[in-house]
Every structure is written in structure tokens, then in C-alpha cells.
Design a protein around this ligand. Structure first.
Ligand code: FE2
Length: 431
């Protein structure tokens, strides 16, 4: 259903907005409705951003024929570039403002659902590793395994979109290439769904994501995982993974032709600075553009031999900084929307296994608020205490605790606001 908040992020990115009338059949997920040919009071919402195909169906069911949208939204379909200056400083404020208006309970899962998806994720990691090692030894990648993995992700993305995307925060340092392939597949699907792709198309872009770096299996390990700086010739060799990957997937009859572009174009850049062909924005397909954004985001947020993974909010700022040059601006905006920030009072699962409630947002980094921890790692109730998620181990430079995902508080009978009030009252009397 529509969320009443106006999409503030888009308004800060695009300065010029002109209203445009389109038929409801031409409406796409992500477009911002300013008005329509029916009185809003007679509809179950008051306009705003189209979140899913269901929203469009609802509009049609209520007899809406024409809607007025912002002019730049017309360009979403061909991913043309929007106008206006980027204000990277306001990104965090925008995310926080949107978070306050978001009803997390609507989409938040239960721990059982989180655990189920974690199992799928870890199965996918092992299966992908085996599949990729088969390719390295000259065998064919197993089509059934690949399809099973991608179908599971598409399925879970329809059931629990926010959780499915947030599982990519579980990074694995040892098996970077395989975990990265899984994450690119999941995030490709998440971004594709946000753009309104149907499940058949999501399977294509998911397979493309899973195999986007398969060509790296043809690169010697000592070059691929070299800790130091690459020589020019080593870098040129690594760049060849794109063409090697294409040569591999085109041999597979079961691999959809449309997904070739994820493999071939994930290192192309909108300004023509990418490889292998140096294509410009209008020459890169949407699958190539999506895979490029997702690939870079996952790479810079992962720990590698030569760098520490960046926190998501920092990575988002970098992506915004690169949009318009390296990446398509509108797609970057949609991608940042997927990652989600948590409002005060949200029940969250920490990577320690503890449950906590978001207590105070963090303007500097919205992904690391102050939380009130309410259970131990085994989910047993404990004396609540406040913990600043920004704190980290100064020796390892790693955060002590991080949020994995929001949880549905109603399903656990936890009234988060009451819990915060009780905590504040008892603290007051203690003082
Ligand atoms: Fe790559």
C-alpha cells in the first residue's frame, strides 16, 4: 500500500519538477504521484511513491484512469538522467526523515523467517562455491543448482523484500568471490523488483548477478587475490574476466541470453570510463547499469585483503557522488531506497543474536543508531541497557555490534514504546 510520505530524496536530487499526466497503465513502480483524476478522499491513500505493482492494481480497482506525476519520473523507464545538483550532505537527513515516516512493522519479519532465509543464504554460498570451482576445473556449472538458488531469492524477495536485501550484510571474508556473487544476485533482484520487474525478469537478472564474475575462475589465484598493488599487466589480465565470463555463459543453453549483459557490462560506466568497450550511459543496457551499481556497492562494503569494508551509509554517499558520472542517477536513488534505515522504536536483530530497540537515531550515520539491548544472545530477557552502535574496537577497527534487520515487534508481543518509557522512568528514579 502507498506510504503517505512524499519521496524527499528525489526532491533533493531533482530541482526542476513539472507535472505530467499519464494513463494509469503507463504508471511504473517508483514513480511519484502528485495527483489523479479521482478525489484522494475517496481512495485508500493520499498519493506518494508507487511501491509495488499492487499499488497500481489498487488504483485501477478504484477507477483511476489518469495520474499526474513528476516530469522526471517519465524518464525512469529508459533510465535517462535527471537534472539538478546532487546534495550529498542532505542524504542522511533525508534517510532519517523517511525512516520516521516508515511503518517497519508492515514488512518486518520474525526470527524464524530470518533464520530460514539465513539457511537459504548459507546453502547458496556453499552451492555457489562448488559450482564456481567446477567451472575452474573445466566442468559445466550445474543449471539446476543455479536456478534453485535464484528462484529462492526471487521468492523471498516477493515475501520479505527488506530482509532479503539485508541478508547481504552478512559478509564472508574467506569466500569473497562466492559471497559477492550471491550478494550481487540478491541485490540485482531487489533493485529489479523495486523497478517493477516481474518474476521472470527477476530470475534473469538474478542469474546474471550470480554469474557476473564467473570469468574470474579463469584468472590465476595469485593474481586474483594478490594482497599488494597489481602491476599494469596483472590489472589488464583481471579486466579480461568480463570476456572470459561471457565465453563461459554463452556455452550454457540454459543461461538466458538477456543475462549476458550483466556479465559483459557490469564494469561499464555511464561516462564511458569503464571496460571492456567504454560504452556511454545510453549504450549500456539496464541490466548492465543495475549490475554495475550493485557490484560496486557490495565490493566497497566487503572486507578484502587490501581494504576494510565501508559502512553502508558511507558507501551510499560514494554511490551518490559517482552517480551521473559512473552510474545512472535514478537507479542509484532507487538502490539507496532499498537499503532502509530504522526509526526510533523499531525492534531489531543484532549480529550478536541479541534483540534491541532503536533508541536514538544517529545523524552522522543512520545505519548505526543508539539501541536499547533487551535480550542476551540466546534471546533471554536481560536488564535493558543502551548501546551506541557507532562504537567499535579500536584495535581491529570493527564495530562491536551491527543491525542485521528489523523485526516485527507485534509478533513477539513486545511493545517497544512502552519498553522505552519504562526504561526512561526507571532511569529517572534511579538518578
Ligand atoms: Fe567483475
Amino acid at each position: 500500500m502507498f506510504i503517505i510520505n512524499y519521496n524527499a530524496a528525489m526532491s533533493s536530487i531533482v530541482k526542476r519538477a513539472i507535472m505530467h499526466r499519464i494513463h494509469v497503465d503507463d504508471l511504473k513502480v517508483g514513480m511519484n504521484i502528485l495527483s489523479c483524476d479521482k478525489a484522494w478522499l475517496k481512495l485508500p491513500f493520499f498519493g506518494g511513491s508507487v511501491k509495488s505493482i499492487n499499488d497500481i492494481t489498487t488504483l485501477k480497482n478504484y477507477g483511476v484512469r489518469y495520474v499526474f506525476i513528476k516530469k522526471e519520473d517519465v524518464e525512469i523507464d529508459n533510465f535517462g538522467e535527471s537534472e539538478g545538483e546532487l546534495d550529498t550532505k542532505s542524504i542522511n537527513d533525508t534517510l532519517l526523515r523517511e525512516a520516521k515516516q516508515r511503518d517497519v512493522g508492515e514488512f518486518a519479519p520474525t526470527i524464524e523467517e530470518v533464520e530460514y532465509l539465513q539457511r537459504i543464504h548459507s546453502f547458496a554460498q556453499k552451492a555457489t562455491k562448488n559450482m564456481f570451482l567446477d567451472v575452474r576445473s573445466g566442468k559445466t556449472a550445474d543449471s539446476e543448482t543455479a536456478k534453485f538458488i535464484v528462484n529462492s531469492f526471487v521468492d523471498s524477495c516477493f515475501k520479505k523484500p527488506a530482509l532479503t536485501a539485508s541478508l547481504t550484510r552478512l559478509k564472508s571474508f574467506d569466500d569473497y568471490t562466492f559471497t559477492h556473487s550471491i550478494n550481487v544476485s540478491v541485490l540485482n533482484i531487489s533493485l529489479g523488483k523495486k523497478l517493477g520487474m516481474d518474476s521472470d525478469e527477476l530470475k534473469i537478472i538474478g542469474l546474471g548477478g550470480l554469474f557476473h564474475d564467473i570469468g574470474k575462475m579463469m584468472i590465476p589465484d595469485n593474481v586474483l587475490n594478490k594482497p599488494g598493488k597489481l602491476t599494469d599487466s596483472e590489472y589488464e589480465l583481471i579486466k579480461k574476466h568480463v570476456e572470459y565470463g561471457y565465453d563461459i555463459v554463452k556455452q550454457y543453453k540454459w543461461f538466458p541470453e538477456a543475462a549476458y549483459k550483466c556479465v559483459l557490462q557490469h564494469h561499464e560506466r555511464s561516462d564511458g570510463a569503464g571496460y571492456p568497450e567504454g560504452l556511454k550511459d545510453h549504450e549500456i543496457t539496464k541490466y548492465g547499469k543495475i549490475s554495475a551499481i550493485v557490484d560496486v556497492y557490495d565490493a566497497i562494503t566487503s572486507d578484502r585483503i587490501y581494504h576494510k569494508g565501508m559502512i553502508p551509509s558511507k558507501a551510499m554517499k560514494l554511490l551518490f557522488g559517482w552517480s551521473g558520472t559512473h552510474f545512472n542517477k535514478i537507479l542509484v536513488k532507487f538502490f539507496v531506497d532499498i537499503l532502509g534505515i530504522y526509526p526510533v522504536g523499531t525492534l531489531v536483530l543484532l549480529d550478536t543474536g541479541e534483540l534491541a530497540i532503536v533508541f536514538e537515531t544517529n545523524k552522522k550515520d543512520p545505519t548505526r543508531p543508539v539501541v536499547m539491548v533487551i535480550t542476551d544472545c540466546e534471546k533471554r530477557k536481560c536488564e535493558p541497557y543502551l548501546f551506541d552502535l557507532e562504537s567499535y574496537n579500536v584495535v581491529t577497527n570493527i564495530a562491536y555490534k551491527s543491525i542485521i534487520c528489523p523485526l516485527n515487534d507485534k509478533k513477539y508481543g513486545i511493545n517497544t514504546n512502552e519498553t522505552i518509557d519504562r526504561f526512561l522512568t526507571s532511569s529517572y528514579f534511579e538518578v
